[in-house]
Ligand binder design. Sequence first.
Ligand code: C5P
Length: 404
Amino acid sequence: MTQLKNKHFVLGLTGGIACYKVAELCRALIKEGATVQVVMSEGATQFITPVTMQALSGRPVFISQWDSRESNNMAHINLSREAHAILIAPASAEFVAKLLHGRADDLLSLMCLARPIDQVPLIVAPAMNREMWSNPATQRNIEQLKADGAYVLDVGAGDQACGEIGDGRMLESHEIVEALKAHFTQKVLKGRRVLITAGPTYEAIDPVRGITNLSSGKMGFALARACKRAGAVVTLISGPVSLPTPDGVERLSVVSAQQMYDHTLSKMHSADVFIATAAVADWRVSAVVEQKIKKSAENSAPRFDLIENPDILKAVASSPRALSGELYCVGFAAESENLEKLATAKRIAKGVPLLVANLGPQTFGLDENALLLVNEHGTRQLPWASKEDLSAELVKEIASKLAN
Ligand code: C5P
């Protein structure tokens, strides 16, 4: 939640059906702790009313450069001077063309041209019909806009309002929010390759039953997002969870501990950092029963032989690259008591420089957690906060160790 807190955005809407998504985007930004000043082109007001945008942003909307509410009558100057960024969403093909020619025939284009170019980034979320998007004129304009220093977001692909299918949809509001968060995150892991395990594993007993645990994967997924925002190339190896893949992250989905082990070992050679957040099942049954085990009056409850799963973290931490310091390993410990004592012992047992301990039953499934960081010098408590904020803090800790 920290990246956009107290950030002030000028949200510029231009004419396009994607305006309907911007109501949601405006709410999402405010929920993140940002403030939003809406500016609309005349075209945008054909698609969504200023009343709606005023109600959602909590501020009067500006449309005209002749708006006399500003005491000096210079809305085009005043509005951008207090902004951390101008976000044009949706950016129509016409508005993109206008921007790159430096045209200034309405308040929004005038304000973009008059912004202090080194202090107020211009972020553009294009939205248009697929033919308009792929037209060489538009593509040329987009390239020039990027070359002029604007941050142009990708477009989505899929069904379009016109009934056609293809590229040109405006990104969804959660994707735009994620792009903004990444934009405002220091790139402390730039160029680093991070490998993360997350979620539970599932060890089959028969085709319908298995051994698993209460891990939701939320901590590992939040960490993957935080690493990505900080500039890392992230691979996330996840057990069975129902979470969306973080934007820009490579995800490998696995079921069992053995599969997680195999994938991790095949990926670890190219990683600079390994973070083991997964709650890997310690044991599996020695032989999976092929058909569903039936209960009957004569049969007593079945008994299973359990065998230990390979310890993924230990295997990675004892590899030559980890031992030489080329691969920085971070372990997690989900305990139910005695956090400091157990975590200190676990860090040594696993052979990792950093171990992150948490009280599993207090946090499983939640968006919040509290972490105890344990390294060779001692411990540091990160108090109860969102997993998103804790991840950002943990990323800084890891980055500082890599820098040393
Ligand atoms: O031994 P324990 O399961 O408590 O250790 C927790 C840490 O070890 C976590 O980082 C977890 O991802 C990792 N681990 C692992 N493979 C296992 C068991 C745990 O990577 N088989």
